[in-house]
Design a protein around this ligand. Structure first.
Ligand code: NAD
Length: 290
């Protein structure tokens, strides 16, 4: 049975930084790598700011903040990030070829028994495991945004993921303070497949003038008790991320997942949602504004 000590997180964007924080808070030595210059430093800055806010709200102590920061290691080199790691979690953009390339290098640098996990929202874990030539120890660990807050961890097993790997992932989930669900490898798993349908339909409704951005979101928040409306949630996820998921599900599952043209247009214009400052809402320090 795996006894994780060192975790390498590859990709320090929206998800990678949050996943790294969760792993560090659970007491793992957590190494964070990104290919883009400055991205790991930006990630550590935002983790630090988040921990400060948590102290102000009385949610964590100064001591636990120091322990979390002490467990995080910035790495400018992938092989160094993965050396001695017994768990690698990649959170790079939603492209199979990119994830194979990244986890392939990680597989060669990490411990021989290391689990190779992807935070993919939709791509096939079975294909990933086969292309890595390590199907038994390849799995999906699908965290939700923002990882320090969201309770769910979707554990995805490919056709040849071993039962031991799934058991280790379930224990890991508990150690991270998450509630796991186990899902068979299927496009979009149990979460993204449902989530993007609502998001895409909300965008089509906006395109055809059914209601305003705010009113479409209010409809689901007040009428169906969703904590956040589908357009705000799409902004939070990242419109480029949502588009990549829809494109994959459209290829795999058919017409109902065709990406709306407004979404394509916004991504082309660099309006990616919260991370770029502009999406369906304008995102400032004060939060989302119309
Ligand atoms: P993001 O665009 O915010 O971050 C991706 C990061 O990967 C960037 O910092 C980028 O510099 C880095 N990167 C690109 N190529 C790399 C490489 N070769 N090596 C190392 N780093 C590289 O994307 P994100 O929203 O964090 O999404 C990452 C993954 O998580 C995707 O597979 C996505 O589907 C999944 N996911 C996203 C969300 C969400 O709400 N955004 C939720 C669950 C899962």
């Amino acid at each position: 049975m795996h006894d994780f000590r060192t975790v390498a997180v590859l990709g320090a964007g929206t998800m990678g930084r949050g996943i790294a924080q969760v792993c560090a808070q659970a007491g793992f030595v957590t190494r964070l790598f990104d290919v883009a210059p400055g991205q790991v430093d930006a990630a550590l800055g935002s983790i630090r700011a988040g921990l400060e806010r948590a102290i102000e709200k009385g949610k964590i102590t100064n001591e636990s903040r120091s322990e979390t920061l002490g467990a995080l290691v910035a790495c400018a080199d992938l092989a160094r990030a993965c050396a001695d790691a017994d768990l690698v979690i990649e959170a790079a953009p939603e492209s199979m070829d990119l994830k194979v390339e990244l986890l392939g290098r990680a597989r060669d640098a990490a411990l021989p028994h290391a689990l190779l996990a992807s935070n993919t929202s939709s791509l096939s874990i079975t294909e990933l495991g086969r292309r890595l030539a390590a199907p038994a120890r390849t799995l999906g660990l699908h965290f939700f945004n923002p990882p320090p807050v969201m309770e769910l961890l979707e554990v995805v097993h490919g056709v040849d993921t071993s039962a031991e790997t799934v058991d280790a992932a379930l224990l890991l989930a508990r150690r991270l303070g998450k509630t796991p669900i186990v899902v068979r490898d299927a496009p979009g798993f149990a979460t993204s497949r449902l989530g993007v349908v609502i998001g895409a339909e909300a965008i089509r409704m906006l395109e055809s003038g059914v209601a305003s951005v705010v009113d479409i979101d209010r409809a689901m928040e007040l009428g169906y008790r969703h904590p956040m409306g589908p357009l705000k949630l799409s902004d939070l996820v990242g419109l480029d991320v949502r588009l990549a998921i829809l494109e994959h599900l459209h290829r795999e599952l058919g017409e109902q997942f065709r990406p709306p043209s407004l979404l394509r247009q916004m991504v082309r214009a660099g309006r990616l949602g919260k991370k770029s400052g502009q999406g369906f809402y304008r995102w400032t320090e004060r939060g989302p504004e119309v």
